[in-house]
Write a protein that binds this ligand. Structure first.
Ligand code: GLU
Length: 288
């Protein structure tokens, strides 16, 4: 049986879509059309504090306006929280998860805490806490996040796969062909898997959903390239299939900054209200 190719666009409903999102969605959509692949829209709303229903509605409206169509029903991550808990349990069973009691302030105050693309890199303060200290803190009700012991996770993943880990990136070969890149998420530090408020981290939800939805090709922005080594490790640990990746360039505004609302760039809804057409948006992002 041949497996039908599939890709997805997976916005977080925490704001309006901008031309940068349109570029990402259209890149995945055009690829799906060219490969007779499934196209999936997934709403990444595990962060209930930032997700708003009205943003989901407006994002869907913008995507329809751009001419995209997707499989129904649309998967919402908030409908699948027990599944992610199961993934977390498996990582726990492998001995790779520990409670972290640090506050944001503790972490940024650490002299060892350099910045990475995902914020301050966690220096591992709680990784080696003795069991009795952990137990006491938990008994006292000190809030904790759950973190992945990334060095051990890489070790276990390499043992499970019997190999040094790599991921497949389109365009990474010396002549622009598909190539395999080494996986090393360790420089990013021990990732949070579940926040103190219980919110499951994007990293865990995204790998489980890509597998659940049969995604064969993950097409997303270069801004998430840093996360892919971690995603690959999680896929091995959770025994999930390996998709291919393509991290596309980002659409920058006139000042060379990424387009985002906080910098005052126009949303797709603003552009539509000004009378722009979907073709104008395609031209604007270089896809016409
Ligand atoms: N939900 C993520 C975002 O809006 C995208 C996740 C992905 O494409 O892997 O940035």
């Amino acid at each position: 049986m041949t497996i039908r190719l599939a890709t997805r666009f997976a916005p977080s409903p925490n704001g309006h879509l901008h031309p940068g999102h349109a570029f990402s969605a259209l890149t995945a959509w055009d690829w799906a059309c060219a490969h007779d692949a499934r196209f999936i829209l997934r709403i990444e709303d595990t962060d209930r504090t930032r997700s708003r229903h009205e943003f989901e509605t407006s994002q869907i409206e913008d995507l329809r306006w751009l001419g995209l169509d997707w499989e129904k029903p649309v998967r919402r991550q908030s409908d699948h929280l027990p599944d992610y808990e199961k993934g977390l349990d498996r990582l726990r069973d492998l001995g790779l998860v520990y409670p972290c009691f640090c506050t944001r302030k503790d972490i940024s105050a650490s002299a060892l805490a350099p910045h990475g693309p995902d914020g301050v890199i966690y220096p591992g303060t709680c990784r080696g806490l003795p069991k009795d200290v952990r137990d006491t803190k938990q008994a006292e009700g000190v809030a904790f996040a759950l973190r992945l012991d990334v060095a051990r996770a890489v070790e276990v993943a390499e043992r499970l796969s019997g190999n040094r880990l790599t991921f497949t990136e389109e365009g990474a070969g010396p002549d622009g062909e598909t190539g395999r890149l080494p996986v090393d998420p360790r420089p990013m530090g021990d990732a949070v898997l579940a926040r103190k408020d219980g919110v499951i981290a994007y990293h865990l939800a995204v790998v489980m959903d890509d597998a659940a939805q049969g995604i064969t090709h993950v097409i997303r922005g270069q801004d998430l390239f840093f996360a892919t080594p971690l995603h690959r490790v999680l896929q091995v640990l959770l025994d999930l299939p390996e998709p291919r990746y393509r991290h596309h360039g980002l659409i920058l505004d006139e000042t060379g900054e990424r387009m985002a609302k906080r910098r005052g760039s126009k949303s797709l809804a603003d552009l539509r209200a000004e009378g722009k057409t979907p073709d104008d948006i395609r031209r604007m992002v270089g896809l016409a």
